[in-house]
Ligand binder design. Structure first.
Ligand SMILES: [Zn+2]
Length: 159
């Protein structure tokens, strides 16, 4: 599948921005239903852009980076979709959160798992008590896909 070039060009980073641009580009593509594992990029048609971007921007390498490394929201989706036994291997955002132990326990404990609050978009307030989240909780949701409130785990499926 060939990616709409304009989509990807929007996210092309200047070298210092590569780290932050990659998840943004991935979110953009995934949210539009583009399978990032199968996209390919024909850079031969965008010579002018390449000249504008400079010689250091490696389109193929950037796309390779975008195709690996799921966003926290994608990892939450994978965790929730996984069959009971064990979460599927590579969920680095969830694994590095303070709640990984609980998430693992919940795979074998449906009652525990049923208490999780799952949201589609990163909320500014707790969906249960409506208290505005402290900044750290919002950051946890963005960085790890998970935070807590009301003694409940909140999982964000936001890409
Ligand atoms: Zn709450």
């Amino acid at each position: 599948m060939t990616t709409p070039l304009t989509s990807l060009l929007y996210y092309l980073p200047s070298p210092p921005m590569v780290f932050r641009a990659r998840p943004a580009a991935r979110r953009h593509l995934v949210s539009r239903g583009i399978d990032v594992a199968t996209i390919s990029l024909d850079a031969s048609g965008i010579t002018a852009f390449r000249e504008l971007l400079g010689p250091d921007v490696d389109l193929a390498a950037f796309l390779d980076q975008v195709s690996i490394g799921r966003t926290p929201g994608e990892q939450v989706r994978a965790y929730l979709d996984a069959d009971a036994a064990s979460p599927s291997g590579s969920l680095p955002a969830l694994e590095s959160s303070a709640h990984w132990g609980l998430l693992v326990r919940a795979t074998a404990d449906p009652a525990l798992r049923a208490k999780f609050i799952v949201v589609e978009e990163t909320p500014r307030a707790c969906p249960r008590c409506n208290m505005t989240f402290p900044r750290v909780a919002v950051e946890d949701l963005r960085q790890y896909g998970v935070a807590t409130c009301c003694s409940r785990l909140i999982l964000s499926r936001a890409l």
